[in-house]
Every structure is written in structure tokens, then in C-alpha cells.
Design a binder for this molecule. Structure first.
Ligand code: CIR
Length: 256
């Protein structure tokens, strides 16, 4: 069960962040409204929020998930793969130091973004991507091993539409993973029940199980129906403004 989440509202220059999609310029006021609804959903799931101040020095800093990996007994600070985001880890480390006795940190030349790390119970899939290099993935694996967890690496370089591993995969509990076509046949997923993300609904591959609910992006009816048929309690959230900046539901919080 998660009890807390770290979140950070977007700063007014949010639209200056990185993006690889061509969906238009995000509307700041609308992004604030969507972020507020996201925070309310986390509270509805029973979480206490740790709300960081918006930080205009880093336009992508609302995507806090990329800065750390948290488990019950360990916290590892990431090493962002994009230079413009490297300073984001300082305030997160300071915040996490209040909740964790010990913080480990991936060091250069390793790079790694939290969005490339998918936790499946006590196993972690680590995507090697344009943001996460092999050295970064290897360092995280060592820290996770020391904390009693296992991991495997999944090379997603060159796969269209996947900024991060979790752009194409989510673990929703009950041994079930949601995956886009591009990842569905990966051997690292053998043994799990695979739920295919319908064509055209790829953005919804990034959703999050938070205690008894699944936070799910609004506007993807086929996958939503599939999950409801399986008796998941869905909270649908508008994500359009974050999607314009390559962000999904998981990116907006660090849950622990
Ligand atoms: C970036 O390119 O870094 C941000 N604009 C989006 C980060 C999204 N984070 C995530 O998928 N975990």
C-alpha cells in the first residue's frame, strides 16, 4: 500500500520543457487544473501529499517520477538523461532525506530517468533508452539487489513513440501488465498476463495502480472498458496538457 506521494505543480514556463510530440503548446492554466485533479485523485486513493513548490528553473520538473526510485526500504536518486533536467534531483534528494535514512544515487557517466523503471512487485524492469544508458541501468540494478529486489534490463532504443519504458507498459497488480504492441512479445514479460493496449490508445499504456484504484487517462474508451470488465476501479483524469509534453500519469508523482 502507498501512503504518500511527492508532487510538484507545473511552473508557468512549463511549455518550455522538452517534448518529442507534435500536439501543440500546452495551456498553463489548463495544466494547473489537470494537475489539481490528479492530486485530488491521489488523496482519494488514501495518499498524503508532499507538495513541492513549482520550480521555473526546470520547466520539466512537474514530472517528478523521473528523479528517484522508491521502495519500502530504499530510495535511489536518478541521474537525468536530459541535461536540462539534471538539477531537478537536488530538491528531491532533500525532500526524500526526511523520509529515508539512506539515499543512494546513480552517478555519471550513468544516466537514468525514473520513467524507464517499471516495478512489478519485487522485480524491476529497467528500460535502456535514449535517456537511460547501460551504466545507469547497471548501477540501479546493484542498488536494488542490495535492497533485496531483482531487476532485468529491456532495450527500447529505436522503438517509435517510447520516450521511456513506461510510455509503453504499466503493471496494474494481479500479475497483469498493460503493454503496447511494440513491447508485447518481449521475453522479459513471460509469465505475466499481458493486456494489449488497443491501437490508437497507446498513451493509455501509462496508467498507475494506486492502492484500490487505477488512475487512467481520459479519452481511451476501449482500454478503459477492458479494465472495468476486469473489475478495476478506474479514476479517469484529463491529461491532455501533460501529454503535449510527453508526460503520462505515472510521471507526475513519486509514490511510496
Ligand atoms: C521530458 O522529456 O523529460 C519531459 N518533457 C517528459 C517526461 C515524462 N516522464 C515520464 O514519462 N516519466
Amino acid at each position: 500500500m502507498f501512503t504518500k506521494a511527492i508532487v510538484r505543480a507545473p511552473s508557468e514556463n512549463f511549455a518550455d520543457g522538452l517534448t518529442s510530440v507534435d500536439l501543440g503548446v500546452p495551456d498553463f492554466e489548463k495544466a494547473l487544473v489537470q494537475h489539481k485533479a490528479y492530486c485530488e485523485a491521489l488523496v482519494q486513493c488514501g495518499l498524503e501529499l508532499i507538495e513541492l513548490e513549482p520550480d521555473a528553473r526546470y520547466p520539466d520538473s512537474t514530472f517528478v517520477e523521473d528523479t528517484a526510485i522508491l521502495t519500502e526500504n530504499s530510495a535511489v536518486i536518478m541521474q537525468p538523461g536530459a541535461a536540462s533536467r539534471s538539477g531537478e534531483i537536488l530538491s528531491i534528494a532533500k525532500t526524500l532525506a526526511e523520509s529515508y535514512d539512506r539515499l543512494d544515487a546513480v552517478q555519471p557517466p550513468g544516466t537514468i530517468d525514473g520513467g524507464d523503471v517499471c516495478q512489478i512487485e519485487n522485480h524491476f524492469l529497467i528500460g535502456v533508452s535514449d535517456r537511460t544508458n547501460e551504466a545507469g541501468a547497471e548501477q540501479l540494478s546493484k542498488y536494488l539487489k542490495a535492497a533485496g529486489s531483482t531487476s532485468s534490463h529491456v532495450d527500447i532504443r529505436g522503438l517509435d513513440g517510447l520516450l521511456h519504458l513506461k510510455s509503453g507498459i504499466s503493471y496494474i497488480g494481479d500479475n497483469r501488465v498493460l503493454v503496447t504492441d511494440s513491447l508485447a512479445s518481449r521475453k522479459e514479460l513471460e509469465g505475466f498476463e499481458i493486456l494489449d493496449v488497443p491501437e490508437g490508445e497507446e498513451h493509455a499504456a501509462n496508467c498507475i495502480r494506486v492502492n484500490d484504484h487505477v488512475l487512467f487517462p481520459a479519452g481511451f474508451p476501449k482500454l478503459k472498458d477492458k479494465l472495468e470488465t476486469l473489475s478495476y476501479n478506474i479514476i479517469a483524469l484529463e491529461m491532455s496538457e501533460f501529454q503535449k509534453m510527453d508526460g503520462g500519469l505515472s510521471c507526475l508523482s513519486l509514490r511510496f
